[in-house]
Design a binder for this molecule. Structure first.
Ligand code: CP
Ligand code: NVA
Length: 328
């Protein structure tokens, strides 16, 4: 890659971390330095996007094929990976889920075959173990988690970029995640504490963040950042710098939708709940949003809402990730 002085070079990435491996299956594959580096690179890529073919990274993936393997619907993740790969000069293939995700043959054999033609895969599926199995079955294949039941790490990097754009320094800030302790909440918590952000999570009984996230936070939290769990959403959002929510029913859980609507009703992010946060607090949502359920129109469309900045930043952060993982 042609790296001008103002573009962080991939070779400047802190060495020795787990990302020295070839996959991004979890935020935990990043060390704090990797996350900081990816955010610097993302900001440079965002700034340089207007340069088009003259951008320093326009040929970063030249001659590289990437497979997009999606078992669940996607607008933002799929579109931004397609655009990112093209803007980096690469190509993608898009085999249909019925042939590519282990129904016709084992996932391991899918991976071993794909590895002979393409450099890596972006995978959206159900259990996280399916993505890990694919990565383990191959030797050189780069694998990126584009959402599993348990984690959504690409979303978390875009969330961090959005918060950095809002605040500059993130250390000592506090974000409340209100709702299901799901894939988005897990990855966001892991990434946020790496940036020194305190995270509060308010969930109904039975829908808390997995217990293992406390251990992750103790290990990876920077500058004293920690995780506090709440049952009461009002207590969780008092005086916070941002409120984050996600759908009450994630993909694959559709059978529970009616029961969840009742349980999660007190966790709606509405104008009243926002009023307990700091006056200039922002509102985050990974999207798609179910307006009138986990969030009201008034909050989604307010000046506090940065949800479409998050959506935009999926592109820049995934471009940075592709450069970091795929460029030789
Ligand atoms: N936030 C997110 O991952 O959106 P999609 O499901 O549309 O990809
Ligand atoms: N938690 C949601 C996120 C969608 C981007 C889901 O898994 O369906």
């Amino acid at each position: 890659m042609n790296s001008p002085d103002n573009m962080p070079s991939v070779t400047q990435r802190p060495s020795g971390g787990p990302l020295e491996g070839r996959c991004f299956l979890s935020v935990l594959d990043f060390e704090a330095g990797d996350l900081e580096h990816s955010l610097l690179l993302s900001a440079a890529l965002k700034r340089d996007r207007t340069l088009g073919k003259e951008a320093p990274t326009a040929a970063a993936l030249q001659g590289t094929y990437v497979a997009l393997l999606f078992e669940k619907p996607s607008l933002r993740t799929r579109s931004t990976f397609e655009i990112a790969i093209r803007e980096l000069g690469g190509n993608f293939i898009d085999p249909s889920a019925d042939v590519a995700l282990g129904k016709r043959e084992s996932l391991a054999d899918v991976g071993r075959s794909l590895e002979r033609w393409v450099a890596g895969a972006v995978v959206r599926t159900y259990e996280q173990s399916r993505i890990t199995d694919l990565a383990l079955a191959t030797n050189t294949f780069r694998v990126i988690n584009a959402l599993s039941n348990e984690e959504h790490p690409c979303q978390a990097i875009a969330d961090c970029m959005t918060l950095k754009e809002q605040w500059g320094d993130t250390v000592g800030r506090t974000v409340a995640f209100v709702g299901d302790g799901n894939n988005v909440a897990t990855s966001f918590t892991q990434a946020a504490v790496m940036l020194g952000i305190n995270v509060r999570v308010a969930s109904p009984e039975g829908f808390e963040l997995p217990a293992r996230v406390d251990e992750d936070v103790n290990r990876i939290g920077q500058q004293g950042a920690g995780l506090t769990r709440f049952r009461d959403p009002i207590a969780a959002v008092k005086n916070v710098d941002a409120i984050y929510t996600d759908v009450w029913t994630s993909m694959g859980r559709e059978a529970e939708v009616e029961a969840r609507k009742k349980l999660f009703a007190p966790y709606q992010v509405n104008e009243e709940l926002m009023s307990y946060a700091k006056r200039d607090a922002c509102f985050l949502h990974c999207l798609p949003a179910h307006r009138g359920e986990e969030v009201t129109d008034g909050v989604m469309d307010s000046s506090a809402s940065v949800v479409f900045d998050q959506a935009e930043n999926r592109l820049h952060t995934q471009k940075a990730l592709l450069v970091m993982l795929f460029e030789d």
